[in-house]
Design a protein around this ligand. Structure first.
Ligand code: NAX
Length: 364
């Protein structure tokens, strides 16, 4: 049996976590032979419901669930963590603008970035889910000067999965036969689901779908899927978000399948002309616990316009939270090109000694 890994989850008593924690405990996220320690973080007022969830987890008698600890503060919650999922965030209230949500959540993610920097394992992998996910990831990463920006990611896998699922439904293909879809940009209604490189049963998707449907209906359907779910069920996506988190982390840790890629919100190294330093969703391949942006894809004029639109939104968001982005981490976030392209190591990006990120003894 392997030694357990530590997984910290914030917003652990919320809706997404209610699906996610049970999947993690069965081994779906890291691997079916990997014991896990769950470090669950909540607001002080939600500790009692969290205790109930911990009891339920215990009652499942999961063989891989080594232990559970409950925390009402982030500093304790991320101690020694190998994986951190930042899910808890203030929800968007009625009539609240996106920019208001951004300023309400920004200080929380700055604090969490600092706590991860101070207390997590040096090899930690962080996934930001709480919205606005991309810019919250930027804030957390910029507040973690001792870690590599490549250790922080934002969830756009739900959008990627939606793209495959809805395309499968349209064409009658099994989702597993649909490969190489891309979601570019922000996890928001400006995101660009791109089918230009996608294949269905190995043949170009564009030969099998109607362009008018793609441009006039499909793109908007993916962009607005989150709102459609809120309208229909009265709550935002929870089980599908949990599934996407599992997929994102599993692939990051264990690698993407051959002949395919996935979409992940990561710090931009300037690939495809995207502003360096913002957290933008790119097509990536993962291997050995690292990811690389898929290079050399042809970008049409139509795609370029959509990619720029969502890029601009992220640049604006970055400006809105500018006072929470310390100057000392600007350089490391703007100079990633070697580590993201080399294929040798992502963590050897010159901001610190590689051994800091490549340690293999995962338990302190
Ligand atoms: P819930 O409101 O059900 O749960 C959130 C939980 O987080 C609550 O229990 C709350 O007490 C806790 N919380 C709030 N601030 C916290 C903090 N500072 N530290 C620790 N815990 C904290 O929301 P849920 O449906 O679980 O969604 C969570 C977040 O995911 C939201 O921000 C939501 O917008 C976002 N989503 C992001 C998605 C993505 O693809 N990136 C998709 C799903 C979801 O919409």
């Amino acid at each position: 049996m392997r030694r357990p890994v530590r997984i910290a989850v914030t917003g652990a008593a919320g809706s997404i976590s209610h699906s996610l924690l049970f999947k993690i405990a069965t081994g779906e996220m890291v691997g079916h032979d990997q014991p896990v320690i769950l470090q669950l973080v909540e607001m002080p007022e939600a500790m009692e419901p969290l205790r109930g969830i911990a009891m339920e987890l215990e009652d499942c008698a999961f063989p891989l669930l080594h232990s559970i600890s409950l925390h009402d503060n982030i500093e304790e919650g991320v101690v020694g963590a190998h994986y951190v999922m930042l899910i808890g965030a203030k929800p968007r209230g009625p009539g609240m603008e996106r920019s208001e949500l951004l300023t309400a959540n920004a200080p929380i993610f700055a604090k969490q970035g600092k706590a991860i920097n101070e207390h997590a394992n040096r090899d930690v992998k962080v996934l930001v889910v709480g919205n606005p996910a991309n810019t919250n990831a930027l804030i957390a990463s910029r507040n973690a000067p001792d870690l590599s920006p490549a250790q922080f990611t934002a969830l756009t896998r739900l959008d990627h999965n939606r793209t495959r699922g809805i395309l499968a439904n349209r064409t009658g293909a099994n989702p597993k036969a649909i490969r190489q879809v891309i979601v570019w940009g922000n996890h928001s209604s400006t995101q660009f689901p791109d089918l230009r490189h996608a294949t269905i049963y190995g043949e170009p998707a564009f030969r099998q779908i109607d362009q008018k449907w793609y441009r006039e209906q499909f793109i908007e359907k993916i962009q607005k899927r989150g709102s459609a779910i809120i309208d229909a069920r009265g709550h935002s996506s929870a089980a599908s978000a949990a599934q996407a988190i599992i997929n994102h982390m599993y692939d990051w840790i264990n690698g993407t399948p051959e002949n395919d890629w996935v979409s992940m919100g990561i710090v931009s190294d300037g690939s495809y002309g995207i502003e360096k330093g913002i957290f933008y969703s790119f097509p990536v391949r993962c291997d050995y616990g690292r990811y690389q942006i898929v290079q050399g894809l042809e970008i049409s004029e139509f795609a370029q316009q959509k990619m720029t639109e969502t890029e601009q939104e992220l640049i604006d968001e970055m400006r809105t939270v500018g006072d929470l982005l310390p100057a000392e981490t600007e350089e490391s976030h703007r100079n990633l090109s070697v580590c993201l392209r080399s294929g040798i190591t992502l963590y050897d990006d010159g901001i610190s000694l590689p051994k800091q990120y490549l340690q293999t003894d995962r338990v302190r």
